[in-house]
Write a protein that binds this ligand. Structure first.
Ligand code: CP
Length: 316
């Protein structure tokens, strides 16, 4: 593996999940693999889980890990070419990425979308330019359109907790007070579509009209506008807010009826959320604190997803 940006960088999905299970069972069996190698984790935006789980994954493999909150601590970054940098930006991505690439063997990079210009965000210019100039293998720690380490951890969690061969997995939109990126639901849909093709799950999406995700991510997914109908008999309900793709970056509904209540779920349904979650806005605290919640298991699996990806990169 030379980069980890989307599920398309995964050759064999089932094998990758099995590898993650093996690593989870024996976390230090490859502790020499990263000896004398440096992992750089560059954040342009805040993080708790991604930062700590990927850092620990590198340490478990014997790597040196450097973390930089570039959005707060670094020079203001310019990404455009052919302009005189006489404004607020101080350092061009060409120089910054080139320098970081000399200090690191693998680089993880997080950059959220602006939610202002859809074409710009969906071109993934920032991630692609950084990768071009740093010239070492890169891992997405969440880009403008995807969060692959999260989706990998989510799939691992589903595989660990399923009680039937092919569980029904439902992605549902939930209300929120702010406009959030589509990266997590895009990525979840992309990974679940691949898992569905490989007969691992059945997948559908439910959201209010107007919250359709980009077709490149949902492809043949069934979309059901009636949440109650969609989550009926679900084995896993994945709760997430996102802003509109069509009316780009806009909050077009805050309908609290879309916040699932415990009595809407069958007893065997498991509930997932990538965290951070706004309690009693996105998801009822009685669900979060109850036996149907898998949020802690998902967050725990972020470590094994990151360690598996790093193992793949270091071994290739
Ligand atoms: N789920 C997730 O990526 O969490 P952080 O934003 O805290 O890293």
């Amino acid at each position: 593996m030379k980069k980890f940006f989307s599920v398309n960088d995964v050759h064999d999905l089932k094998k990758l999940v099995l590898k993650a299970k093996d690593i989870k069972a024996s976390p230090f069996s490859d502790k020499q693999l990263g000896e004398n190698k440096t992992l750089g984790l560059i954040f342009l935006n805040p993080s708790l889980r991604t930062r700590l789980s990927t850092q620990k994954a590198g340490l478990n493999l014997g790597m040196q890990v450097m973390v930089m909150n570039m959005g707060q601590e670094g020079w203001a970054l310019e990404t455009r070419d052919g302009i005189a940098m006489d404004g607020n930006t101080v350092e061009h991505i060409r120089e910054a990425a080139g320098v970081i690439g000399q200090y690191c063997d693998v680089v993880g990079f997080r950059s959220f979308p602006s939610l202002k210009n859809r074409d710009e965000d969906y071109s993934e210019e920032l991630f692609n330019k950084f990768m071009e100039f740093c010239k070492v293998p890169m891992i997405s720690l969440e880009s403008a359109t995807r969060h692959p380490l999260q989706s990998f951890a989510d799939l691992l969690t589903i595989e660990e907790h399923k009680t039937v061969k092919k569980p029904k997995v439902v992605l549902t939109w939930a209300p929120h007070v702010k406009a959030l990126p589509q990266a997590v639901p895009n990525s979840f849909a992309e990974w679940m579509n691949r898992a569905e093709k490989e007969e691992m799950i059945d997948f559908c999406i439910t959201h209010p009209e107007g919250y359709e995700l980009a077709e490149e991510f949902t492809k043949d997914s069934e979309i059901i506008y009636n949440q109650e109908e969609a989550i009926k008999d679900a084995d896993f309900v994945y709760v997430k807010n996102w802003s509109s793709y069509r009316d780009y970056g806009k909050v077009i509904s805050t309908d609290s009826k879309w916040m699932i209540q415990p009595d809407q779920l069958s007893k065997s349904t498991k509930v997932m959320h990538c965290l951070p979650v706004r309690r009693d806005v996105e998801l009822a605290s009685s669900i979060l604190d109850g036996p149907q919640s898998l949020v802690q298991a998902e967050a725990g699996n972020r470590l094994w997803a990151a360690q598996t990806v790093l193992t793949e990169i270091l071994s290739s």
